[in-house]
Design a protein around this ligand. Sequence first.
Ligand code: PAF
Length: 279
Amino acid sequence: MRIIRHPAEIRRLTRRAKQQGKRIGFVPTMGALHEGHLSLIRKARGENRLVVVSIFVNPIQFNRASDLRSYPCTLQRDARLVAEAGADLLFVPSAKQMYPASFQTTVEISNLSRPWEGRFRPGHFRGVTTVVSKLFNLVQPDIVYFGQKDAQQARVVRQMIRDLNLDITLRVLPTVREPDGLAMSSRNQRLSTEARRSSRVLFQALQEATRLIQWGHRRENEIVRRMRQVIRSVPGTRIDYAAVVDPETLERMRRVRRPALILLAVWVGKIRLIDCCEV
Ligand code: PAF
């Protein structure tokens, strides 16, 4: 596996691969890799002749400077894992290369970026869609791989691909979970021992909501009330949002129809976790 640091170099290599008729699979990440990322890379390996992974902690998608500062950076370990998972190229640009002083263009998906994460992290999705557009332009992928855990992100990127007529297939792969159900996330590394124990409550709340929907409950406010009860029973938790939404529009469903997407964002101690599941 080769590590590429310059945008011009990744563009040169992927352009050459394209001319040779190779299908390119791409997994964008911010590093601090876990089994969730590796499942995306392995899937990409199985479906493409060239597999590109990027690691770039994108400053413009963080709305709190402290969150950006404390984002784990484990490049050496990450590079080994990416190579073991079968990638050909690892693209690791610097913030200066991605956003030179003269940079002034952003990409924004209006409606889908507004609720849920968008409300609690203003500007977050503009940062995501801007960097993802730049990365797509540099890598020229045929297939891109995203995790279902960040369901709103995947939905926003799908919309961007559609709206901008990008010739890219989006694959969204299932969330990989710890044995107790906690969704794998780079942020889990920062949970204290006690918070780590408490954090399984997110999955328990999702399971409770799933059960209620499967039993035929249809009133969203009752399902959400029950999720909130489950979470609040664990000290040190604070809910940003809990909702049952339409997977396409991300609008709250007053009366739940299936398929439905259950969304959660919860602070556990000092760490904010998100999770979701489709039912
Ligand atoms: O999901 C992430 O890790 C990031 O939001 C992404 C897609 C790599 C863009 O920076």
